[in-house]
Design a protein around this ligand. Structure first.
Ligand code: C2O
Ligand code: CU
Ligand code: CU
Length: 506
């Protein structure tokens, strides 16, 4: 062989080796990106039910709760202690419960060594009580938000919202439910014995590295953190014995990035009775319910005597493309919670035909429309800034917000303070699961949604509410904007409460 030829041969094989290694590496990444726990879980731990938070009545009739953010340790697996954060305990928090019309006050104490906040996701309240990034609570500090609950019966939740560190704070365990009841829901023949036939189901995906949480983001995962297993209410491999024919599951996706499509292995249908902001007008029969981070759904499932069934999350096909689907968790599946029915079940009767009256505007004659382009780099190409007000809305008006994702990556969209109606999805009427009151919606690539919402106030030109992608790594990275509610003709002011110490990336 001539020297030139030899060089070419050597070079050629080198290129081939590199190509093979690259291809092999890619194949490995591709295959490794798909996770499933279906059929693999031994459901051996009894599902824990977050306790109902105790409250007391103040002299003026205010219902007062205490929440303390604290560090702790929890044995998710026998004999292995994981460091965690929680409210009033090692992991997650108690379920707060109040009735429409109640005056409530929550005495927050920050027992952590980092500043944080407590946000009331889905709650209609004054901006300064919202618990967003402008209401930081310093280590050792206190915060006593108070408001009057004025919205229909619903499954809401609370979690920290420090700008740049929300993912970390939620992942360590700071989250809990806030249930609202009203006169109408009290009269309905829906399962409503908390922890008996009405179960809170807080779903999170996790990954362990020995006893420790592994919160690392994998390569190619544009959505952020995706775990390789799930837990419910902080219980791994959970089962729950049930003794009633009808079981109501209050599903909350408290994961940081993962979207689930819940259903059952035998494809039985269940009734969707409520969405983020409360009960639907009537139950809707379905076999799957998809929930992106932050969304809730109340479903009622019928059990047979003596049976076992599993709440499962199935693969999803609406992420917009096989690449995104694979690397954003759309091909994954999980056995989430086993339900074990007693040999004899208490009869539950039929579901009521009429449930609630979603209080969301119909979107006719909006005062104005706005447009939000969802991009990882920032909504409408602007990364979040604490001292910039992005939108100014007038108290007492209805607006339509159009949200578009052609960013190639799945996103979702959450608006503080309001519940909205989904008017259109890609120009068409929304499916049944998007026909109730919503505060968070999944907006996969290739989707445009039109939402209608009404801003009731009170006006506060200096204190913004947030709207953002609830994939927490995106939110922390700047996929968030701020709006203020003002009186007619009033100008937006200057956000008070500059960003605080102890937040940000470490
Ligand atoms: Cu659940 Cu702005 O948050
Ligand atoms: Cu929120
Ligand atoms: Cu996003």
């Amino acid at each position: 062989m001539s020297p030139l030829k030899r060089t070419l041969v050597v070079l050629g094989s080198f290129v081939t080796v590199v190509a093979l290694a690259f291809g092999g590496g890619f194949l490995w990444l591709w295959n490794d990106a798909k996770v499933s726990t279906v059929g693999k879980e031994q459901f051996e731990n009894e599902l824990s039910i977050p306790p109902l938070a105790k409250s007391r009545l103040d002299k003026d009739g205010t219902r007062v709760f205490d929440l303390r953010m604290q560090a702790g340790e929890k044995e998710f697996e026998d004999g292995r202690k994981t460091s965690t954060w929680g409210f009033n305990g090692a992991y997650l928090g108690p379920t707060l419960r109040a009735e429409r019309g109640d005056k409530v006050r929550v005495r927050i104490r920050n027992g952590l060594d980092e500043a944080s906040t407590v946000h009331w996701h889905g709650m209609h309240l004054p901006a300064e009580m919202d618990g967003g990034p402008h209401q930081m609570v310093e280590p050792g500090g206190k915060w006593n938000p108070h408001w009057t609950v004025d919205q229909p019966a619903s499954t809401l939740w609370y979690h920290p919202h420090p700008h740049g560190a929300t993912e970390k704070h939620v992942q360590r365990g700071l989250a809990g439910m806030f249930l609202v009841d009203d006169k109408r829901s009290a009269r309905l023949t829906l399962p409503k014995k908390y922890g008996v036939d009405d179960l809170p189901v807080i779903v999170q995906d996790v990954r362990f590295d020995g006893a420790k949480f592994d919160h690392g983001h994998d390569m190619m995962r544009h959505v952020g953190f995706l775990g390789d297993r799930t837990m419910v209410n902080g219980t791994l491999r959970p089962y729950r014995k049930v003794g009633d024919e009808l079981i109501r599951l209050r599903l909350l996706n408290a994961s940081t990035a993962r979207t689930y499509a819940f259903g059952f292995p035998d494809d039985r249908s269940f009734s969707l009775v409520g969405t983020d902001g409360g009960l639907l007008e009537q139950p809707a029969r379905m076999r799957r319910i998809q929930l992106s981070p932050g969304e809730r759904a109340e479903i009622v499932v019928r059990m047979e005597q003596g049976e076992k069934t599993v709440l499962r999350s199935f693969p999803q096909d609406n992420y917009g493309g096989s690449w995104q689907t694979r690397f954003s968790g759309g091909d994954d599946s999980f056995d989430v919670l086993e339900l074990r029915a007693a040999k004899r079940l208490r009869a539950s009767g039929d579901l009521p035909r009429r449930l609630g009256e979603p209080e969301v505007p119909d979107g006719k004659n909006p005062a104005r429309g706005r447009f939000f382009d969802l991009k990882e780099s920032g909504i409408n190409d602007r990364a979040m800034k604490m001292d910039r007000i992005d939108e100014t809305v007038t108290r007492g008006t209805t607006e339509t917000w159009t949200v578009r994702n052609n960013n190639g990556v799945p996103h979702n969209f959450h608006v503080h303070d309001v519940q909205f109606r989904v008017l259109e999805v890609n120009g068409e009427a929304p499916p049944p699961e998007l026909r109730g009151a919503k505060d968070t919606v999944f907006v996969p690539n290739g989707t445009t949604m039109k939402l209608a919402m009404r801003f009731e106030g009170p006006a506060d030109p200096d204190t913004p509410y947030m709207y953002h992608c609830h994939l927490l790594a995106h939110e922390d990275g700047g996929m968030m904007g701020q709006f203020v509610v003002v009186e007619k003709g009033q100008q937006a002011g200057t956000p008070s409460g500059a960003p605080s110490r102890g937040h940000g990336h470490h």
